[in-house]
Design a protein around this ligand. Structure first.
Ligand SMILES: Cc1cc2nc3c(=O)[nH]c(=O)nc-3n(C[C@H](O)[C@H](O)[C@H](O)COP(=O)(O)OP(=O)(O)OC[C@H]3O[C@@H](n4cnc5c(N)ncnc54)[C@H](O)[C@@H]3O)c2cc1C
Length: 428
C-alpha cells in the first residue's frame, strides 16, 4: 500500500472543521489540525456572550473532542507564524511541520480600513476574549452607574459602529439587556435610560438584505429604544470621542463603550505569502479554491477571495467557509484517486439576523420572513448548526428559560475592578 499523505488543516473555524470532518474518514490520510485556540467557535452567537445571555462553553467545543475517535487526526494548539510554500512546511515558531496538502482556513480579524489606531479605543467582536471583554465592560458600567448615579448618562452610553448583522444583533441585545432584563435589579439607577446608538455609513441597515427587511429592522430597533444613525461615517476615534461625517456636516459624539462591527480583514499571515490579495487582504484563489502556483494549497473561508461565475467575490459568511472546506477535502481525495478537480459552486442558503426577543429577519431563496416567524427560523438554524448535542441542549434550555423569565443567564463579572488590559484592544 502506498505511503499515507499528510494534510495540514490550519484553523478550527467553520472551514477547517468541515474539511477535517470530511478528510478524517479517509485511511489514506494523516491529518494535522492546528489552531491557536483549543476549540471550534460558533461566531454567529458571540454577541450572546457579549450581552450575557450564553456562556462561552455553550458556543465552543474542544477540537480534540471532535476527533477523539480518529487515530489519523492529530490536534495541535499553537500559533502558525509562517508558511514555507517551497519546502511545503507550516511554521509554528521554531518548529516546522511538513505537508503534502495544506488547507488554509485561518479566517479574519476585525478590520479598521487602514485606521489601526482605532483598535485601541474600540472593542471588536471576533473571539471569546473579545466577547468576554465586552460583557465585562457592559456589566461593570451598570455597577458603576449604580454606585454613582450622577454619572449614569456618561456611563450608560454605548455606540456600535456598523449596521450589518453583527451591529444590529449587538444593538438589539444591548437594548434588551439594559432596557428590560436588568432594569429591576438596580435601586439607584434606571438602566432603561441607557443610550444605545447604532451608526451605519450607508443609507440602510443590513445592506445585503432585501430593502423591506432593512427598513423593518431600523423601525424595530428604534421601537426598542436604539438610536439609529444612517449615512454617518466615522472620520476619527480618539479616547471615548467619535468624529462623524453626517449629511448635515461633521459632528462629534462620546460613548463609554465603542463597539466596532464595521468590517473585517483577513488575518495578517496572508501578507507574508507572496500571493495576490484583494482589498480585505484575502488571498485570491482559483475556481477549485487552490493556488495556481501551488495546487497542493487550498485557501477557504474568510481568508479566501473567491469569485463566483458572475465575477463577484463571495461574502465572508459561515456557509461559504463550510462549503469551501468540504470542497477542498473532496478535491484532495479526488487527486489521490486520479480524478480531475472540480470547480467550487456556492449554494447560497440566504441571510438572517436577529433584532431581539421574538423578532428577526430572514431571507431564503426569494422568501422573506420577519418578526416572530423570522425569529423561529433564526432559532432553528442556529441550533441546527451548533456542533455537539450538549451545546445544542444547553442553548435551547437557556433560550427557553430566558424567553419565559426575561433572564440573562451569564451576568457574572469574573475579573472585577481594577480593570486590567489583556490584549491592547480594549478601552480604559
Ligand atoms: C460576531 C460575528 C457574527 C457572525 N454572524 C454570522 C452569521 O450570522 N451568519 C454567517 O453565515 N456568518 C456569520 N459570521 C461570519 C462567520 O463566522 C465567518 O464567515 C466564519 O467563521 C468563517 O470561517 P473560517 O473557517 O474562514 O474562519 P474562522 O471561523 O474565523 O476560523 C479561523 C480559525 O483560525 C484560527 N487562527 C487564525 N490565525 C491563526 C494562527 N496564526 N495560528 C493558529 N490559528 C489561527 C482562529 O483561532 C480560528 O479558530 C459572523 C462572524 C462574527 C465575528
Amino acid at each position: 500500500m502506498s505511503e499515507k499523505k499528510t494534510v495540514i488543516v490550519a484553523g478550527a473555524g467553520f472551514g477547517g472543521l468541515e474539511a477535517v470532518k470530511k478528510l478524517m474518514k479517509d485511511k489514506r490520510l494523516e491529518i494535522i489540525w492546528i489552531d491557536r485556540n483549543n476549540h471550534h467557535l460558533f461566531q454567529p452567537l458571540l454577541y450572546q456572550i457579549a450581552s450575557a445571555v450564553l456562556s462561552p462553553a455553550d458556543i465552543a467545543i474542544p477540537a480534540r473532542s471532535i476527533t477523539r475517535n480518529r487515530s489519523n487526526v492529530t490536534v495541535i494548539m499553537d500559533e502558525i507564524t509562517g508558511i514555507d510554500k517551497k519546502n511545503r512546511e507550516v511554521i509554528l515558531g521554531d518548529r516546522k511541520l511538513r505537508y503534502d496538502y495544506l488547507i488554509l482556513a485561518l479566517g479574519a480579524r476585525t478590520g479598521y480600513f487602514g485606521n489601526d489606531k482605532w483598535r485601541q479605543h474600540t472593542s471588536g467582536l471576533k473571539s471569546l476574549t473579545d466577547a468576554l471583554q465586552i460583557r465585562r465592560r457592559l456589566l461593570l458600567s451598570f455597577e458603576e452607574a449604580e454606585n454613582d448615579p450622577a454619572d449614569a448618562d456618561r456611563l450608560l452610553n454605548y455606540v456600535i459602529v456598523g449596521g450589518g448583522p453583527t451591529g444590529v444583533e449587538m444593538a438589539g441585545s444591548f437594548a434588551e439587556l439594559s432596557h428590560r432584563i436588568i432594569r429591576n435589579d438596580f435601586r439607584n439607577v434606571d438602566t432603561s435610560k441607557a443610550k444605545i446608538t447604532l451608526i451605519e455609513a450607508g443609507s440602510d441597515l443590513l445592506p445585503t438584505f432585501d430593502r423591506t427587511l432593512s427598513v423593518y429592522t431600523k423601525l424595530a430597533l428604534e421601537k426598542r429604544g436604539v438610536n439609529v444613525m444612517l449615512n454617518t461615517r466615522v472620520k476619527d476615534i480618539t479616547g471615548h470621542t467619535l468624529l462623524l461625517k453626517t449629511l448635515e456636516g461633521d459632528k462629534s459624539i462620546t460613548a463609554n463603550i465603542i463597539i466596532w462591527a464595521a468590517g473585517v480583514e483577513a488575518v495578517p499571515i496572508t501578507t507574508q505569502l507572496d500571493e495576490k490579495l484583494d482589498r480585505q487582504k484575502r488571498i485570491l484563489v482559483n475556481d477549485n479554491c487552490s493556488l495556481d502556483d501551488h495546487p497542493e494549497i487550498f485557501v477557504v473561508g474568510d481568508i479566501a477571495a473567491f469569485r463566483d461565475e458572475s465575477g463577484k467575490f463571495l461574502p465572508g459568511v459561515g456557509p461559504v467557509a463550510m462549503q469551501q472546506g468540504r470542497h477542498s477535502a473532496r478535491q484532495i481525495r479526488r487527486d489521490l484517486s486520479g480524478k480531475p478537480r472540480e470547480r467550487f459552486r456556492y449554494f447560497d442558503k440566504g441571510n438572517m439576523a436577529t433584532i431581539g426577543r421574538k423578532d428577526a429577519v430572514a431571507e431564503f431563496m426569494g422568501y422573506k420572513m420577519k418578526g416572530f416567524l423570522g425569529w423561529l427560523a433564526w432559532l432553528v438554524v442556529h441550533l441546527f448548526y451548533q456542533v455537539g448535542f450538549k451545546n445544542k441542549l444547553n442553548i435551547l434550555l437557556t433560550w427557553i428559560w430566558s424567553y419565559f423569565t426575561f433572564g440573562a443567564g451569564a451576568r457574572v463579572i469574573t475579573d472585577p475592578i481594577p480593570y486590567k488590559e489583556s490584549d491592547g484592544t480594549s478601552q480604559k
